[in-house]
Design a protein around this ligand. Structure first.
Ligand SMILES: C[S@@+](CC[C@H](N)C(=O)[O-])C[C@H]1O[C@@H](n2cnc3c(N)ncnc32)[C@H](O)[C@@H]1O
Length: 233
C-alpha cells in the first residue's frame, strides 16, 4: 500500500525507513512535524553513502600524508559546509579553497539544465547558506579561502596546485568547468572526487564527467559510496 504522509498517524509501524538521499532532510522534518517519534526513523540507507564518502576522504588523507603529497585542497559546491568541514578536518595544514555562489543555483546554469533535460531545479535552489555559516563550521577556518560567486568566474587568477578537490555543484556546466579548471592543476596522484555521478536526480553530472573523461582519456572510478566517482591525476 502507498499512503499519503498525513495517514501516518493512523498507522502502526515498527520503523520508517527513509530511502532517498534527495530531500531527505525535508522528509525528516515533515515526519517530525507529523508527530513521528525520531527514534523510529531509520536513516541507514541514506547515511551509509555519506559515511562511506567521509571514510574514503580520511583514508586518502592518510595516504597523502604518508607520501607527503603537496598541494591545496578545494571544494566546488559547498552549501552549508558539511563536506568542507571534513576536508578541513582531515587536511588541517592545507589551504582550502571553497567555491559557491552562496545564493544557490545560478540562472545561467539552470537554463542549460532545463533545455538539456538534465534537471528541473529553480534558480536560487540551495540558497539557505552564507560564507559566515560555512566559516563557522570549519575546525581550522584560518586555512580557508572562500570564493563567493559564479564558478568558474571565481577561479580566475588562482595560480595553485591541488592534491584533492571535491566537485559537488550538482549541475552539468559547473561540473564540467570544474574538471577543466582543476585537472591540469592537480599534482601527480591527486584526486578529484565528483559527487552525484550515479544520482539520477542530477543527470547532467554524469554527462559532464563522461564527456571530460573521453576528451582527457581518464577513467572515473566508483569509490564505494554508491554515488561518487574519483578521477586521479
Ligand atoms: C549539493 S550543494 C553542495 C553540498 C556540499 N558539498 C555538502 O557537503 O553539503 C551544491 C552547491 O553548489 C553551488 N553551485 C551550483 N552551481 C554553482 C556555480 N556555477 N557557481 C558556484 N556555486 C554553484 C550551489 O549554490 C550549492 O550550494
Amino acid at each position: 500500500m502507498i499512503y499519503p504522509p498525513q495517514a501516518i498517524s493512523d498507522q502502526s509501524y515498527d520503523a520508517i525507513v527513509i530511502a532517498t538521499l534527495i530531500s531527505h532532510e525535508s522528509l525528516l522534518k515533515q515526519l517530525i512535524d507529523l508527530g513521528v517519534d525520531k527514534d523510529k526513523i531509520n536513516f541507514d540507507y541514506v547515511i551509509f553513502p555519506v559515511k562511506a564518502r567521509v571514510m574514503f576522504l580520511e583514508k586518502l588523507a592518510v595516504t597523502f600524508n604518508e607520501k607527503r603529497i603537496e598541494g591545496c585542497v578545494a571544494e566546488g559546491g559547498v552549501f552549508q559546509g558539511d563536506f568542507a568541514r571534513e576536508i578541513n578536518r582531515v587536511f588541517p595544514d592545507k589551504t582550502l579553497y571553497l567555491f559557491d555562489t552562496f545564493t544557490g543555483f545560478d540562472q545561467r546554469d539552470i537554463a542549460k539544465e532545463r533545455s538539456s533535460g538534465f534537471s528541473q531545479y529553480e534558480e536560487g535552489h540551495l540558497n539557505t547558506t552564507s560564507e559566515e555559516i560555512v566559516r563557522g563550521r570549519l575546525l581550522y577556518p584560518n586555512k580557508a579561502i572562500i570564493k563567493k560567486g559564479f564558478f568558474p568566474q571565481t577561479a580566475q587568477g588562482i595560480d595553485e596546485r591541488f592534491c584533492f578537490v571535491n566537485l559537488d555543484f550538482d549541475l552539468h556546466d559547473p561540473i564540467l568547468a570544474g574538471l577543466e579548471f582543476f585537472y591540469p592543476r592537480m599534482v601527480t596522484g591527486g584526486a578529484i572526487l565528483v559527487h552525484d555521478y550515479f544520482n539520477p536526480g542530477y543527470r547532467g553530472v554524469k554527462v559532464a564527467v563522461d564527456s571530460f573523461a573521453k576528451e582527457s582519456n581518464v577513467t572515473p572510478t566508483p569509490i564505494g559510496d554508491g554515488i561518487s566517482v574519483v578521477i586521479y591525476r
